[in-house]
Design a protein around this ligand. Structure first.
Ligand code: SDX
Length: 428
């Protein structure tokens, strides 16, 4: 933008007028560039939780929270959910374009070739206690990958990133399935070259020497769709974590491992497991939904309706709309009647007609219905957030590589100090 076209915000401060450049993105999002503020005024801005603060420029994902719009590299998530596979979506996020036939074949083959864990890593699973949460195992194993495989060289980013990204997207499936098999005391099942991404994961999860797993196309399609819908979501907590850790020039695996930890929180990706816990609690209280809704509205009660509300969406999360429909379709095809789905829909109906939720624009988010589908597929509840991480991997990697390619400075926010003023050491 030329100097003459640039618009400015004027800040009147201590008798001075500071002009701050106005920035506008390709979707007309507007921001105020405060990068010179402290130098010019000695002041900083303060915005705990970053409700009003942009951390970076990004070309990966666009969200309009008021209109419920979500696009990956410009393509509406509804179109990708309907027409693409997760592998195509991962390629789109990583390369800013959908793959052609040849590129898709090469990417799929690389995913298969890199789906096995280093055999020495298998022993790590023997070290985890039986009840270890799979998200802790996942974060640990991803970090351990960088002790077995070369780190992405920050300089020769291009050729390494494709291999490291593919290895991560592929082996994380294997880590998840191995962790599940270990937790139920069954022999682990290796990835197969002849199965596509989702079917391969399901086979590693559910195949057994005494009961071969039959791949169900409806289940594969539902899982593919869920992974697509979780693939990226701009600067959410875990992606910001990946970008922040990566900004210190930490390698890709360790940066992603930090993202997995952030995602595990119940306010973030851990909500999909917390929703089922909540629905089961409501079920146990003879379905007294109103009691839980009142509790969620009570300021003095820490209880929140899990799977409800969102920092960005002030209308229906477009992903929740698609997942809700997929829920119905899959349970019908599998002839499953899950009382938790009926309960979830009743809860949604009550809450979305309650002034407290309406005034605060609180609607079901991506986590509200996803657990019902995972249950129908047979995935255990403590693996739900692992499924979220499987989906989010391509997004995390795309942001990490964007952050590196932008020569991003190390993330180091300022603060307003509110502690003790100067005082001195006193002998005991
Ligand atoms: C994800 O950022 C992303 O993009 C995340 C994500 C992604 O794809 O990466 O979309 C995935 O994390 C989805 C969110 C999953 N989390 C949950 O479902 C947990 C339940 N939701 C809430 O904890 C909450 O809605 C958050 C954490 C999601 C967002 O909270 P904010 O933006 O910090 O807003 P807030 O807590 O300040 O809430 C604003 C008001 C408050 O009331 P008042 O103080 O104004 O009176 O709304 C209330 C809150 O008390 N509120 C809720 C509520 N969510 C917000 N009240 C009851 N139940 C809820 N779920």
């Amino acid at each position: 933008m030329s100097e003459s076209e640039t618009k400015y915000a004027e800040l009147h401060l201590d008798g001075k007028v500071i002009r701050l450049p106005i920035l506008e993105g390709t979707e007309q999002e507007k921001g105020i560039d405060i990068s010179a503020l402290r130098k010019e005024t000695g002041y900083i801005t303060v915005d705990p939780g970053f409700f009003n603060t942009g951390a970076c420029y990004s070309k990966v994902t666009f969200i309009d929270g008021e209109k419920g719009i979500l696009r990956y590299r410009g393509i509406p998530v509804e179109e990708l959910a309907e027409k693409a596979t997760f592998v195509q979506t991962a390629y789109l996020l990583l390369h800013d374009r959908l793959p052609n036939e040849k590129q898709l074949k090469a990417f799929s083959s690389l995913l298969n070739l890199n789906s096995m864990l280093h055999e020495d890593m298998r022993h790590f699973f023997d070290g985890f206690p039986r009840g270890a949460h799979p998200m802790h195992i996942l974060s640990t194993m991803i970090n351990a990958l960088c002790t077995f495989y070369p780190n992405v060289d920050m300089l020769s980013l291009k050729e390494d990133i494709n291999l490291s990204a593919t290895r991560l997207i592929s082996t994380v499936r294997t880590v998840a399935a191995f962790a599940y098999k270990k937790s139920i005391g069954e022999p682990i099942v290796y990835p197969r070259y002849d199965l596509p991404y989702c079917a391969n994961f399901l086979n590693m999860m559910f195949d057994s020497p005494v009961k071969p797993y039959e791949v169900n196309k409806d289940v594969v399609r539902a899982l593919d769709l869920l992974l697509i819908l979780h693939a990226d979501h701009e600067q959410n907590c875990s992606t910001t974590t990946v970008r922040t850790v990566g900004s210190a020039q930490v390698d890709l695996y360790a940066s992603i491992s930090a993202g997995v930890s952030a995602l595990s929180g119940p306010l973030h990706g851990g909500a999909n497991q917390a929703v089922i816990d909540m629905l089961r609690k409501i079920m146990r209280s003879e379905g007294n939904i109103q009691k839980f809704v009142e509790r969620a509205k009570d300021k003095n009660n820490p209880f929140r309706l899990m799977g409800f509300g969102h920092r960005i969406y002030k209308t229906f999360d477009p992903r929740a709309t698609i997942i809700k429909k997929t829920c119905h379709d899959l349970l019908e095809k599998l002839k499953i009647n899950d009382p938790l789905l009926d309960l979830a829909m009743e809860l949604e109906d009550i809450a979305t007609h309650d002034d407290y939720f309406i005034e605060r624009n609180l609607y079901p988010n991506v986590d509200f219905y996803s657990g019902i589908i995972y249950r129908a597929i047979g995935i255990p509840e403590n693996m739900f957030t692992v499924m979220f991480a499987l989906g989010r991997l391509p997004g995390w990697i795309a942001h990490w590589q964007e952050m590196i390619s932008q020569n991003t400075k190390i993330s180091r926010p300022r603060q307003i100090y509110t502690g003790k003023t100067l005082r001195h050491y006193e002998k005991i």
